[in-house]
Ligand binder design. Structure first.
Ligand code: CMC
Length: 429
């Protein structure tokens, strides 16, 4: 708490509100007593000026293009760390010792299998179901299978539920994919890394040996790191809001998955790749840039712009390097990469995009990489959900442990009819 305060004049009366200081980022005006003292609410659709919680997990400076997890820059983590280590860091606050990391990795690998009856649950979905629809359903259903870890007041149960969610998500995601292509489900192989195991469950078949390609395993692990957490974005806020009522962790993560699915959030990489394929060749780029700038055309450059980053998204830089690595490793020669590079260059030199501070975001290149690895576009958001689960779980744990935690209950500016009497059917015009 600082000594600073903010003054507000309402109906000729002056009020002082405390100003809180974090370790980084703007100060925040503590308006918890605003309604009690002034009888007024604040109006902030989209929460663009509202800090809804205190958090020590992730810091973003959108103007400078900075993203830190527990203080460590995303570029360093993507280059030097692993998804398991970043998961430990997010959950526990510090980088692990070798023993701590080995123990954590071992624990996660021991929770990878799904209750066998869940396979039956999958078979209830239509074969052409979108894998995100399957993910929402199956993750929500976990609470029906793992009753022994749904008491959120017990820290041990919270820990087990967190480990289960992180461990089972690759199995659930791979099964969602296998179901849509009509191949048998693959059981986890705990001799493999977290990411290698996921690749095998997705692309392997029981009839053949599956060799994990080291370059793809590394690229995929890095993609998971880049998506692990991102402060109070829409899906994370959804998880927190759902969790604030005391809902069980599996239900909260299912809510997060539902929110992530939207094209303005996790669905953007699918939309970005579709857009690049529609553009097709570099000579078509100017036409699409003009469309994106036209106020009467709903078309937007997918993978461009961000609510928080008003400078380059630091995750996009790593993603662009990863595309090259994957293309070299797999000897892919996809014209879509050339279209992406040229589109980026043209947009970054266009006054419209410069003025509005629109830069490529993480989704601009991720679709290109995932497609080269062999994932259909419908799986892109599933992979995002898999990786983001660690962030959701860490944020959910932080919220439950916060003594100031309250049920989330936003207010509104009511613009509907004022009170009126019920009109019987016969008297209605
Ligand atoms: N193409 C063309 N114009 C754009 C774009 C775009 N991609 N993004 C924003 N603008 C314009 C927008 O029309 C508006 O113009 P004006 O001020 O003249 O009305 C201005 O820039 C500000 O846009 P906004 O929609 O008010 O900004 P926002 O912060 O509310 O939206 C966004 C952020 C990500 C929803 C938006 O930039 C967008 O729709 N981008 C495309 C979808 C996308 O790539 N989403 C992935 C986000 S990153 C992944 C994640 O973290 O989930």
């Amino acid at each position: 708490m600082s000594n600073k305060s903010a003054k507000l004049e309402v109906a000729d009366k002056n009020f002082d509100f405390p100003v809180l200081e974090g370790t980084l980022g703007p100060d925040v005006i503590d308006i918890r007593k605003l309604y009690g003292q002034t009888g007024r609410f604040t109006y902030d659709p989209g929460f663009t000026s509202t800090a809804a919680c205190e958090s020590a997990l992730t810091y973003i400076d959108g103007e400078e293009g900075v993203l830190l997890h527990r203080g460590y820059p995303i570029g360093q983590l993507a280059e030097k760390s692993s998804f398991m280590e970043v998961s430990y860091l997010l959950l526990n606050g510090e980088l692990p010792s070798k023993t701590e990391l080995d123990d954590f990795t071992y624990t996660i690998s021991r929770h990878t299998m799904l209750h066998e009856q869940l396979a039956t649950f999958y078979r209830g979905f239509r074969r052409d179901a979108h894998p995100m629809a399957v993910m929402c359903g199956v993750v929500g259903a976990l609470s029906a299978f793992y009753h022994d870890s749904t008491d959120i007041t017990d820290p041990e149960q919270r820990k087990i539920a967190s480990h289960r969610l992180i461990a089972k998500m690759p199995t659930i995601a791979a099964m969602a994919y296998k179901y849509t292509v009509g191949q048998p489900f693959m059981y986890p192989d705990n001799n493999l890394s977290y990411t290698g195991n996921f690749l095998k469950m997705t692309f392997g078949v029981p009839a053949e040996q599956y060799e994990v390609h080291p370059a793809i395993e590394k690229a995929m692990d890095r993609i998971f790191i880049l998506h692990a957490d991102h402060e109070q974005n829409a899906s994370t806020s959804t998880v927190r809001l759902a969790g604030s009522s005391g809902a069980n962790p599996f239900a909260c993560i299912a809510a997060g998955i539902a929110c992530l699915w939207g094209p303005a959030h996790g669905g953007a990489n699918e939309a970005a790749l579709n857009m690049l394929r529609e553009i097709g060749t570099p000579d078509q780029i100017p036409h699409y840039i003009e469309r994106a700038k036209d106020k009467n055309d709903p078309f937007r450059l997918m993978g461009f712009g961000h609510r928080v980053y008003k400078n380059y998204d630091p995750r996009a830089t790593v993603m662009q390097e990863t595309v090259r690595e994957v293309f070299d490793a797999l000897k892919v020669n996809d014209p879509v990469f050339e279209v992406a590079l040229q589109l980026e260059e043209m947009a970054l030199n266009d006054p419209y995009f410069i003025e509005k501070k629109l830069f490529p975001n993480v989704d601009f290149y991720s679709g290109v990489i995932l497609s080269a690895i062999g994932f259909p576009t419908t799986m892109f958001t599933v992979l995002f959900a898999l990786a983001r689960t660690v962030g959701w779980v860490a944020q959910w744990n932080e919220m439950i442990s916060d003594p100031e935690q309250k049920i989330g209950r936003p207010r509104q500016l009511y613009t509907g009819p004022t009170e009126r009497n019920y009109v019987p059917m016969a008297d209605r015009k």
